[in-house]
Write a protein that binds this ligand. Sequence first.
Ligand code: ACO
Length: 333
Amino acid sequence: MNSFRAVITGTGVSLPKRILTNRELESMVDTDDEWIKTRTGIEERRLVEPDENVSDMAAEAGVLALKEAGIEVSDLHLIVLATSSPDMIMPSAACMTQAKLGATCPAFDVMAACSGFVFGLSVGAQYIESGSFKNVLVIGSDALTRHLDWEDRRTCVLFGDGAGAVVLTRSNGEHGVLASYLASDGRGADLLKIPAGGSASPGSEKTLARRDHCIKMNGHEVFKFAVRAIPDAVEKALTGAGLEPKDIDYLIPHQANRRIIDAAAERLDIDLTKVVVNIERYGNTSTASIPIALDELNREGRLREGDVLVFVGFGAGLTWGANVVRWGKGVAG
Ligand code: ACO
């Protein structure tokens, strides 16, 4: 039996230049800066440019992650792109990203809404642990602002655009992805959705009039679910790694609402100094929020060899999950 591990050897991000502040939103919809800040923690978010798409952001983040990993595009064996807002329904945004990167390896999308990066990382790690592939690029890229109803103040203040990527490389050491826990409950599918544009309800004048091409959300129920889902996923993933909450050096949760993060951290009895939060600058970037936060920690030089990181996501589906990672470049496998 082999004992390969998938280590994170590079991180990268792409953040659109256009910043939309809460103050600007005040002139667009019936909301106010104070409400958004106190109820969500968000102060501003990024918006894609008209000619910028999910695959553009994904490729840009990917290039940076490859650079840090010291890996050529030709050395990539797989691209896994987590997204809920692909450039088109078909083909996959992963294939578009592959072309933009100039890669030739297989590429596919993973759709698990805001849990997508956690699911995608687990998929990428499995290919490495099985010995199938050596270098895998895992990306979370979303432009959910393209699916917002800018007259619905309950949703349009929450989301932002961006991408984050990691390179996973085969290693024989103690570092890398130690365990993942993934969960889904399709009975909650109605709580958060974009009803039109799929095969059940293709785009039409009717769907446009009903704004069914936009995100519809039951905020209360999603909030309650998230506060339960985070501790559940973190505890189960840690158990899989033979660790406990006290062993965590950094908890990197999906950035959907500051209050959700605080409540979940309290349930887990984790000191808030160990919980990474950057929601004030980017809002909810869906699949990108965890790799963006990871990249910030990495670039700021805050990560130490051996640190235990836990990534935890939750979102539409419903889906939720966590990865436990021991930071460090490991030993080439
Ligand atoms: N500005 C001002 N007032 C607002 C706004 C706004 N943007 N939005 C709602 N309000 C009002 C409501 O109309 C309501 O007024 P009323 O009492 O007169 O009816 C009042 O504020 C309170 O509204 P609530 O919905 O009770 O506010 P709550 O504290 O629950 O916060 C929120 C709403 C922020 C949406 C919260 O429920 C939440 O964060 N839920 C989870 C959402 C989430 O995480 N989604 C992403 C999941 S990940 C993925 O897969 C995409």
